[in-house]
Design a protein around this ligand. Structure first.
Ligand SMILES: [Zn+2]
Length: 123
C-alpha cells in the first residue's frame, strides 16, 4: 500500500501518500465488495452518503482507505477503471485528492473546503 490514512486539513480524515508517487501511477484500487442498488443507496443515512461512489450505473460503498479520499477542485488524482490514478507527481506526505464532481453521484451536494483558488464551492 502506497498511502496512509490520517487527519486531514481539508476535513475529517484524509488519504496521504506514504511514498513519492509518479504521474500515471495507480494510487488507490477500489474495494468493490459492497455494491448497492439505487434503492439501497437512497436509504443510506446522510452521513454515509459521501462514501458512495457512482460508477458504471452502480453505487459502490467505498471501503478504507478510499472512503477517506477528500475532494479538491484542484485534485492530484483522477478516476480510472475502479482505481484512482495520479495526474501529476505526488510527494510523500501530500494529501491525495480527487474531484468528486466528476464521479457525479446524482443526489449529493456538498460544500467544498479545499481552499484551492479554483474552488467551485459547491460540488
Ligand atoms: Zn473546492
Amino acid at each position: 500500500m502506497s498511502v496512509i490514512v490520517k487527519d486531514s486539513k481539508i476535513q475529517g480524515k484524509g488519504v496521504f501518500a506514504d511514498r513519492d508517487l509518479k504521474k500515471g501511477e495507480i494510487v488507490l484500487k477500489w474495494d468493490t465488495s459492497i455494491i448497492l442498488t439505487e434503492k439501497e443507496a437512497k436509504k443510506i443515512p446522510k452521513r454515509y452518503k459521501k462514501y458512495l461512489v457512482f460508477f458504471n450505473g452502480k453505487y459502490i460503498f467505498a471501503q478504507s482507505p478510499e472512503k477517506y479520499l477528500n475532494h479538491s477542485c484542484e485534485p492530484n488524482t483522477k478516476e480510472g477503471k475502479l482505481c484512482d490514478i495520479a495526474i501529476r507527481d505526488i510527494k510523500k506526505g501530500e494529501e491525495i485528492t480527487t474531484d468528486y464532481s466528476i464521479d457525479a453521484i446524482p443526489h449529493i451536494k456538498m460544500k467544498c473546503a479545499c481552499k484551492s483558488k479554483k474552488c467551485k464551492k459547491i460540488i
